[in-house]
Write a protein that binds this ligand. Structure first.
Ligand code: G3P
Length: 219
């Protein structure tokens, strides 16, 4: 399973790259605004220079022709850019055109298996089901991943499932169990994946036992 960071914060991306386990980055207009980005093009270029892997950059346009035009500009920034297109009829149409032009896409705001199937049929490189936002309204985000996995496997779709809107480590593990190809997560969730109290207690005990042993052999 590949791990992407869901952020536009360069410091977070640098720290995650240093762990040696980061495979890419996803951004969205909210995250770009949160990072205070004033020049998106140069910001995407910086992200692509920090991480070696796919970087999702989302279009702002919402009509077919403007989305295709914006997608071409975004894809020109760097070979690792994947253009994020919203799940709306014009978006699916744009994905189909971009797919024929060889421009890779990530269909975002996926909340149902029907939407994932439409995006896959249009040739999307990734679909992004939003787990957390489904859970927020009392639905089951992981069940959606399982349904999409089944459908894609039934028909041999190569579109990859990118589990998004991840809120905690259980989402990451359940997505892995359900066969998602990628999990994109906030930096905080990536850090939480390392944590287990028994690891901290165990390490402390190993070191303290060894210190005692050293003291007893040198006294
Ligand atoms: O980038 C899309 C998605 O991961 C957003 O997550 O937490 O805003 O629902 P969230």
């Amino acid at each position: 399973m590949r791990f992407f960071l869901d952020t536009a914060d360069l410091t977070e991306i640098q720290e995650a790259v240093a762990y040696g386990i980061l495979d890419g980055v996803t951004t969205n207009p909210t995250l770009m605004a949160k990072a205070g980005v004033s020049d998106p093009e140069s910001h995407y270029r910086k992200i692509c220079e920090i991480v070696s892997g796919d970087v999702s950059a989302e279009v702002i346009a919402t009509d077919y022709e403007a989305m295709v035009e914006e997608a071409k500009q975004l894809a020109n920034i760097h070979p690792n850019i994947v253009v994020k297109i919203p799940m709306i009829p014009d978006g699916v149409k744009a994905i189909a055109t971009l797919s024929q032009l060889g421009i890779r896409t990530n269909c975002t705001l996926i909340f149902s298996p029907a939407q994932a199937l439409l995006a896959a049929k249009a040739g999307a490189t990734y679909v992004s089901p939003f787990l957390g936002r489904l859970d927020d309204i009392g639905h089951d985000g992981i069940a959606l991943i399982k349904q999409i996995r089944l459908i894609f496997d039934n028909y041999g779709f190569e579109t990859q499932i990118l589990a998004a809107s991840i809120r905690h480590p259980k989402h990451v593990i359940a997505s892995a169990e359900a066969g998602a190809d990628v999990a994109t997560m906030p930096f905080k969730v990536l850090q939480q994946l390392f944590k287990h109290p028994l690891t901290d207690i165990g390490l402390e005990r190993f070191l303290s036992d060894y210190r005692k042993h050293l003291e007893s052999t040198t006294s």
